[in-house]
Ligand binder design. Structure first.
Ligand SMILES: [Zn+2]
Length: 453
């Protein structure tokens, strides 16, 4: 069956402009025609016609950095320990559905527990459930100075964690071979840690040059792309020299390292939603306050400058959000990353949209089958009431979404409003401070409580 859609404005993802008086025609799951309404094939008997002549039509959005196993985690322990892996798969499916309801028809997951995200991917592909198209890694490969090895050494990295401790290239290569056998779409390596250290520019790389080069070569030999987490300059430099495909964050890279990134052709994906939401939303009383937002202010300041330079130098960008934390819950803020690209990184709205559609598509397992409105591609379409080229924030307003089309079908899925989280999914912080006699005396002084709050 064909579906003829009259578009008020049409942004294909392949040019900077939105065109007026356009029509797209879908046949089953594919796009059959995109162009002026005057030249469009006429609707035949039995064809469906949809009037979006007052609306803005664009490709379904893509977020390449969503962690489906994290469950809107409040702590590192929540990410790795509390919910059983089997429960995380079911919970992650709902998280993916929430992203779809926000207009994101494809997502990529770099770092999961076990095979949680590849399994969600497969259940959706098998049409058991409605959800976005997913491309997924397995657990990230990490070392002592990287993510995930954040528990004391005597605890180690639990088997349910979103990473696997690989202490050298040999162990990393063995893990890569196992993950490729298990059907991952790409390999994720944590090249360094987080931004909590005040001297973040000196954050250590977890692997040396020879190790990341050897692991990247093996992943490429097995036909898989490599995505690294690298906030610091050292990790970014080694990753670029190793020829990795995507560098997440790269906030503290120097201009010398940027030159290596350009030479290698690696793509950059700053993923600043977590950084900006942490600055915007974290409050006194949150355990993260004020250390984490302060660290993220430093990161945003450094990152904005160098990413603006990289953007102007023509580096290819992807767009992702690090959704899956309590500060970046599923389905809520994905489109804010486009605003961040415009506001903090200096992108034009059209370029931010192209990154979130056509560029991102090139990284997914579907490649140029998705990400643009063009004859022959799969029909993933977003229709909104508003013009994101004039105001990029309109994409964040879910009440403005008029239609989401995935694989040619209108998404009618509803998230159960009674859906909620279980106490047992989260680590239980019982008290925020130690109530010794001195502290109680302080709290009892007149006006003390008010001053503390
Ligand atoms: Zn991440």
């Amino acid at each position: 069956m064909r579906k003829h859609i009259r578009c008020g404005k049409l942004f294909t993802g392949l040019s900077d402009k939105a065109e007026k008086d356009q029509t797209i025609v879908l046949k089953d799951e594919r796009i059959e025609y995109v162009g002026p309404t005057a030249d469009a094939p006429k609707a035949a008997a039995g064809d469906q016609t949809v009037d979006h002549s007052k609306h803005f039509v664009l490709p379904g959005l893509i977020d390449v950095h969503v962690h489906l196993a994290y469950g809107n985690a409040k702590t590192e322990e929540d990410i790795d320990i509390y919910a059983p892996v089997e429960y995380r798969a079911l919970r992650g499916l709902e998280g993916a559905q929430r992203a779809l309801k926000a207009g994101f028809t494809s997502i990529c997951d770099p770092a999961t527990s076990g095979l949680v995200s590849p399994s969600i991917r497969d259940a959706i592909e098998a049409n058991m459930f409605v959800g976005p198209r997913i491309s997924a890694s397995g657990p990230q490969i990490t070392n002592r100075q990287g993510l995930t090895d954040w528990y004391p050494t005597w605890i180690g990295v639990p088997s349910t964690a979103i990473g696997v401790l690989c202490k050298n290239a040999e162990e990393g290569i063995a893990e890569i071979r196992k993950e490729v056998k298990d059907g991952v779409d790409f390999i994720k390596i944590a090249m360094d840690g987080d931004a909590m250290n005040p001297s973040t520019t000196t954050v250590m790389a977890g692997y040396n040059q020879e190790e990341i080069t050897a692991m990247t070569r093996e992943a490429h030999r097995l036909g898989k792309k490599v995505v690294v987490h690298a906030r610091g300059d050292e990790a970014t430099l080694y990753s670029a020299r190793a020829g990795v495909d995507v560098i997440l964050h790269a906030s503290f890279m120097t201009e010398r390292t940027l030159e290596e990134v350009i030479k290698a052709g690696s793509m950059l994906c700053p993923s600043y939603l977590l950084v900006v939401n942490d600055i915007d939303f974290t409050r006194p009383g949150d355990g993260a306050y004020p250390g984490f937002p302060d660290a993220h202010k430093r990161e945003l300041e450094a990152g904005s400058k160098i990413h603006n330079k990289a953007y102007k130098a023509g580096v290819k960008y992807l767009l992702g959000t690090d959704s899956g934390f309590a500060i970046t819950p599923y389905g809520e803020w994905h489109a804010k990353e486009l605003e961040i690209y415009v506001k903090h990184l200096g992108f034009s709205p059209a370029d931010a949209l192209k990154v979130a559609t056509a560029n991102n598509a090139s990284f997914t397992r579907y490649g140029s089958q998705v990400g643009a409105l063009e004859k022959g591609r799969l029909a993933d379409v977003l229709v909104i009431d508003g013009d994101p080229l004039a105001d990029i924030t309109v994409l964040q307003d879910r009440s403005k979404i008029r239609e989401i089309i995935l694989n040619g079908d209108t998404v009618t899925l509803e998230i159960n409003p009674k859906s909620h989280r279980l106490r047992s999914e989260f680590s239980y912080q019982m008290w925020n401070e130690i109530y010794d006699q001195k502290r109680i005396a302080e709290l009892k002084r007149p006006g003390a409580r008010a001053a503390a709050e």
